[in-house]
Design a protein around this ligand. Sequence first.
Ligand SMILES: [Fe+2]
Length: 157
Amino acid sequence: MAELFEWKDEFQVGVRDIDEQHVELVALLNALHEAVREKRGSAAVRSTLDELVDYTRSHFAVEERMMREACYPDYAEHRIYHEALIDQVHALQHKLDSGETSITFELLHFLRVWLMRHICESDKRFGVWYQENASTPGWMAEARAAQRQRRWWQFWR
Ligand SMILES: [Fe+2]
């Protein structure tokens, strides 16, 4: 069965850590799609969603810290995009908790389109700028380890 979001090299923004995190994000979104498609039950679907949300927040925090430290001129605008998505996803989590809604293919499609557009437009713009104006920060090794160990917020909060 086809994946929801097939990763292609053309989605790369040219900054290694960001690209690796995007690949992981896409894999988590595909896992959520699979859980819904296979009707795995609300608890399993919910934990897959939570993992995707945690990883997304963690990824946004890394990106934003890179932007802040490098004085990226479009940081404020970029952050608004991140926050808008996180707000929408939190509202969704509340609705799921109260049984008001379930995860639909329409929602999964929305997430795929949002992520693809965000990567191809905003993140690529940042990637080009970053390659010319900054380099991998010293704290990235620790951020990688924190993500591997799923210590989502320990490092940058
Ligand atoms: Fe971003």
